[in-house]
Write a protein that binds this ligand. Structure first.
Ligand code: ZN
Length: 283
């Protein structure tokens, strides 16, 4: 049996750990572009976090009590006069809205940034749970908010993932040529399936969402177990290939659409128009 390195908060995103373990972000990255995903894992392709991602991390840092450290690590949050830039003032607005909601605060009243490891289809996985609720807190939530009973009825606890989003509108999917729910578009159901399987107790998976709209919107979304089981089956089909790519046994496919593929393109042929569906990019 392979010995795997221990995952900690400090090394969670280090190349050694990213190589040894699959994670929800990696799976989503492989689904977008296998070659870019591999380059990212190998540290060959770094992208600066977007303002939207930083705003999300700002809110995460607030709720895990690490905001001062986060602010010190990210001077780009501030204007020259030391005040927060508008985007992060909005993040503060989202935090205020979340803190004004009793239910939201109960959903965040668990153990923060809980790291677990496990396996899916024989592939080692790591997860970091934003907030792991105890059975007792789940009971308290159902007592105070009886409409939460379907999601958090008798359970041993719950996995809560916090999301800060621009909005919760449906998003256009190029793949499906239609708008899909933000949950499907951003792969939050795949993430839920991974978290539930790796955590191992079949705990309910809840998204606690705040938006950067003015004023912010707040939602709690329970992803049904049946749906997560379907997503887990999809994962079991796809992750062995991703693992084989990481181990160098399969060649990664290029999407030919992302920044990595643009940056590494060598022109060697002419695409035809109308395209040859087997070979060419569609224009
Ligand atoms: Zn690509």
């Amino acid at each position: 049996m392979r010995t795997l390195p221990t995952v900690t908060a400090a090394n969670y995103f280090e190349p050694e750990i990213e190589t040894a373990y699959m994670g929800a972000t990696q799976v989503k990255s492989f689904l977008q572009c296998e070659e870019a995903a591999l380059a990212r894992i190998q540290g060959k392709y770094r992208t600066a976090p977007s303002q939207a991602m930083l705003a999300g991390s700002y809110v995460d840092a607030h709720f895990s009590g690490t905001l001062p450290v986060f602010q010190a690590q990210h001077p780009e949050l501030f204007k020259r006069d030391g005040s927060l830039k508008a985007e992060y003032l909005r993040a503060q607005d989202v935090i205020n809205t979340m803190e004004a909601s009793d239910l939201y605060m109960l959903l965040m009243a668990g153990e923060k940034q809980v790291i677990r490891t496990g396996e899916i289809a024989g592939v080692p996985f790591k997860i970091k749970i934003d907030c792991l609720l105890s059975a007792e807190t789940c009971r308290e939530i159902v007592n105070r908010f009886p409409e939460m009973a379907e999601a958090l009825g008798p359970c041993e606890g719950a996995i809560v993932d916090q999301k800060v989003m621009r909005d919760m509108e449906d998003v256009w999917s190029e793949e499906e040529r239609r708008k899909v729910s933000f949950i499907q578009f951003w792969g939050y159901d795949l993430q839920g399936a991974i978290y539930q399987a790796v955590e191992g107790h079949m705990l309910p998976f809840i998204l606690a969402v705040g938006t950067r709209e003015d004023p912010p919107d707040l939602r709690c979304v329970w992803l049904r177990d049946g749906h997560l089981s379907e997503k887990l089956m999809e994962l079991e089909d796809m992750v062995p290939r991703f693992q084989a790519i990481k181990e160098g046994q399969e060649k990664p496919r290029r999407c030919e659409k992302c920044a990595w593929c643009r940056a590494t393109r060598r022109l060697t042929h002419a695409d035809s128009y109308p395209p040859d569906v087997e070979r060419d990019v569609a224009y």
